[in-house]
Structures are given as structure tokens and as C-alpha cells.
Design a protein around this ligand. Structure first.
Ligand code: 3HC
Length: 285
């Protein structure tokens, strides 16, 4: 199946980034948000990023216009009916995701359509179970910023069919030009299972007063070759997402290195989610 019509549910930082990548790759994209105001905000997010790409000379005027013409931002989920691939990128809340997949199952018409989740922490098997077609449900895990990071993890649940996984992988690799890796459906997949305990340790180190946040970040950039330090990265990913990943990893494996540092919980309770709220480990206001 050649995928030409994609739906993205959720126009936050990940959904907007994925939508932009799809539109630039020549695919017709509908981004769904829960109301018109949020749909407008998602549109503004993508347009700003596309304009920045033009400014930087990464996109010419024609390609910019073409990408915009392929994008629609809507609040009616019924518009997902004709989509061949729907990628869900809503908040990391299992109840919200399973309800959404139940709706998508009833709305999306094509029997061979792929229903994908960009979840970083919720088992794809549980999301698939919310539908009558778990064989068509797969994980497509993009990385933040989605417009820049080359990787997509294709997550095979115990019920995902080989055709679905192959279709999602072909779309991510051949159409979007991403690097594709395959993983089974266990918490953290490949990247978060390795990356997140490292970030949690950095938070514990900072919380205990062992070193300043600036020194922890500078150490890992200059001593270990990371593009950004762990606390800066937590702010980029979003501390709420970090907490959701910690809870999921800890629930799955029960090992202390996966537990959420208390400081991370307090910061999320205080709304210090990182760049997206203007405050996290650092101040972005
Ligand atoms: N949003 C969108 N684009 C951004 C961005 C942001 N917040 N920050 C930077 N960029 C873009 C820039 O526009 C630029 O794009 P261009 O090459 O097309 O012009 C590109 O990134 C490079 O930017 P800069 O030259 O300004 O900055 P850097 O060289 O410092 O790169 C970075 C920025 C790409 C974010 C780099 O620091 C990096 O790779 N950091 C690590 C990111 C990472 O590890 N992401 C994975 C997180 S884990 C995850 O997402 C999984 C989830 O489930 C938790």
C-alpha cells in the first residue's frame, strides 16, 4: 500500500513535528486537536517551524508552499475516516489513548489502514486491545525534535501483524527518510530504556547537591560528547513525559534505577515541565 493520506492526532510538540515531517515528504496530512483553539495553536507551531526552515535556507519557497498546502488542522475526528495511516501523539495517559483508539477503530474506514501510537511509555498491546483490529496497531516512536532526530522505533506488540509493522517501517524509512529500528513491546523500547535511567541519575545527582545543574550538563557535553546535557535534555523532552516514562519503566521492571526522582515529581506538580512551559531545570522565559 502506498500511503498518501496521513492523520496525526495531537498537535503538541511531537504531533506538530511529525506532521511537518510528513508534509515535507509529500504526504497529505490532517492534524487533529480537541478544539479549534488547540488546532489553531498546532497550526501556528508548524507554520513557525516551516518559516524558520525557509529562513535558514533549508526549504525553498515552492517546497514551503507545497508543504503548507498539504496540511489541515481540524477538530473533527471523523475527518480521519479516509486516512491510510493515523499516528497518535496525544498526552501520555492510557485512558485517553485507549478511548481514542476505540474511536479511531470505528472511524477509519480502510481495513488495511495502520493505526500507530507515538507513545513513549504505554504498551502497544494495551492500546491495540482497545480496538477490534489489534493486528493493525503498531508503535511508531519518533524523537524530539521530530523534525531533526533521524530515528523512528517501530514497536511490534504481541498482536501487531507483520504487514502492519512492515508498512509502518516502509513509511518511516522510504517516505519520511528516517532511520528505522525494530523493537518488541516492552517499556522504554530501546532508546528510553537506555537514555532515561541516565537522565534520572543526573536529576538525583543534582537533587542531592552533588554538583550544580550547569556542571552536570557541561560535564556530559564536554566529557562524554552528548549534544546537550541530561537536564537540558529533560527540559526539551518535557519533565511530564520523563515522569510518565519513569512510572512505566518502574512498573515494568521494578528496579530502583527506573524510579522517578522525587524532584522530578515535584517539578511536574509545580508545572515546571521544561521548555514548553517556560520553566524546568532552566528558565526559558
Ligand atoms: N525544536 C525543533 N527544532 C529544533 C529545536 C527544537 N526545540 N532545537 C533545535 N532544533 C533544530 C534547529 O532548527 C536545527 O535545524 P536545522 O539543522 O534544520 O537548521 C537543528 O535542530 C540543529 O539546531 P542547532 O544547530 O541550533 O542546535 P544544536 O546543534 O545544539 O542541535 C539538537 C539541537 C538537535 C536538539 C541537539 O542538541 C540534539 O540532538 N540534542 C539531543 C536531542 C535528543 O536526544 N532527543 C531525543 C530525546 S528522547 C525522546 O524524544 C524520546 C521520548 O519518548 C522521551
Amino acid at each position: 500500500m502506498s500511503i498518501e493520506r496521513v492523520g496525526i492526532v495531537g498537535g503538541g510538540q511531537m504531533g506538530a513535528g511529525i506532521a511537518e515531517v510528513c508534509a515535507k515528504a509529500g504526504v497529505d496530512v490532517i492534524v487533529h486537536e480537541i478544539n479549534d483553539e488547540l488546532a489553531d495553536a498546532a497550526e501556528a507551531r508548524v507554520l513557525k517551524s516551516l518559516a524558520r526552515a525557509v529562513e535558514k535556507g533549508k526549504l525553498d519557497g515552492d517546497a514551503h508552499g507545497a508543504a503548507i498546502s498539504r496540511l489541515r488542522f481540524e477538530s473533527d475526528l471523523m475527518l480521519m475516516a479516509d486516512r491510510q495511516l493515523v499516528i497518535e501523539a496525544v498526552v501520555e495517559d492510557e485512558r485517553i489513548k485507549t478511548e481514542l483508539f476505540d474511536h479511531l477503530d470505528r472511524i477509519v474506514k480502510a481495513e488495511d489502514a495502520i493505526l500507530a501510537s507515538n507513545t513513549s511509555s504505554i504498551p502497544i498491546t494495551r492500546i491495540g486491545r482497545a480496538t477490534q483490529r489489534p493486528q493493525s496497531v503498531v508503535g511508531m516512536h519518533f524523537f524530539n525534535p521530530a523534525t531533526v532526530m533521524p530515528l523512528v522505533e517501530i514497536v511490534h506488540s504481541v498482536t501487531t501483524s507483520d504487514e502492519t509493522a512492515a508498512g509502518a517501517a516502509a513509511f518511516a524509512g522510504d517516505v519520511l527518510g528516517k532511520v528505522v529500528v525494530h523493537t518488541k513491546d516492552r517499556a522504554g523500547f530501546i532508546v528510553n530504556m537506555l537514555l532515561c535511567p541516565y537522565i534520572f541519575e543526573a536529576i538525583r545527582m543534582y537533587e542531592s547537591g552533588f554538583a550544580t545543574k550547569e556542571d552536570i550538563d557541561a560535564a556530559m557535553v564536554n566529557g562524554a560528547g552528548y549534544p546537550m546535557g541530561p537536564l537540558t535534555l529533560a527540559d526539551l523532552i518535557g519533565n511530564d513525559v520523563m515522569l510518565a516514562v519513569a512510572e512505566s519503566l518502574h512498573a515494568e521492571y521494578g528496579e530502583p534505577q527506573y524510579s522517578a526522582p522525587p524532584l522530578l515529581k515535584r517539578m511536574v506538580e509545580a508545572g515546571m515541565l521544561g521548555r514548553k512551559t517556560g520553566k524546568g531545570f532552566y528558565d526559558y522565559t
